[in-house]
Ligand binder design. Structure first.
Ligand code: 5GP
Length: 214
């Protein structure tokens, strides 16, 4: 019965994940994607420089400022924002295609972008990821060794501002232990998939009725 209901959804669900820099959004999303082959990751575009392990077209599309600004003009983004001096944006075409094919999408975007997505796509499920403590967040950012000390300071200051915005999200998750947090995400996803307003109810009735005639 459970799978019957899930199969009646109108289109894929969009999960918007935000949280302070260093909270471990990438780690969490990697684990979510490993366990849930039926979710697709939305690859963002950015003008920031790639980190050593990052690949163009996998982690991000790394673009020049000119190219990014051209795409803004062409309205090629579902949303975009400036974060710590760099542009970040979500190309709209792949998202629409995937959701229309009935496949769920997860995106990792900061708060200004998340607000734009929820405005344009009210069905989106927004989730705010928080660290167990600020001390832990600082430790994680420093261990990453990808930012200068000024950048770390800027990101930590930004984190406190961002924490206040968490209240506008649908759900929050505490990223203490990735395995647990993935299970909590899956619980949210499952609950969302049973929402009546996401369901093609006539198809549910047809499926339940089958050949039955009163
Ligand atoms: P990072 O430079 O650490 O990869 O990302 C910095 C911030 O940009 C993170 O909070 C991340 O969620 C956000 N971000 C990544 N992609 C996008 C995007 O397409 N749009 C917006 N608005 N933010 C993004």
């Amino acid at each position: 019965m459970k799978s019957l209901m899930i199969n009646q959804k109108r289109r894929g669900n969009l999960f918007v994940l935000s949280g302070p820099s260093g909270v471990g959004k990438n780690t969490l999303i990697d684990s979510i994607l490993k366990r849930n082959a039926d979710i697709k990751y939305s690859i963002s575009a950015t003008t920031r420089k790639p980190r050593s392990h990052e690949k163009d077209g996998v982690n991000y599309y790394f673009l020049s400022r000119d190219k990014f600004e051209q795409m803004i003009e062409e309205k090629a983004f579902l949303e975009w924002a400036v974060f710590c001096g760099n542009y970040y944006g979500t190309p709209i075409a792949p998202i629409e295609e995937t959701l229309n094919a009935g496949i769920d999408v997860i995106m990792d975007i900061e708060i200004q972008g998340a607000k734009q997505v929820v405005e344009k796509w009210p069905d989106a499920v927004s989730i705010f990821l928080i660290p167990p403590s600020m001390e832990e967040l600082e430790r994680r950012i420093k261990n990453r060794r990808t930012e200068t000390s000024e950048e770390i300071e800027a990101r930590l200051a930004q984190s406190l501002i961002e924490m206040n915005e968490g209240r506008m999200y649908d759900y929050y998750l505490v990223h203490d232990n990735t395995e647990h947090t993935v299970l909590e995400f899956e619980a949210i996803r499952l609950a969302e998939s049973f929402k009546v307003n996401r369901t093609d109810w006539d198809r549910v009735i047809d499926a339940v009725k089958g050949d039955f005639n009163a």
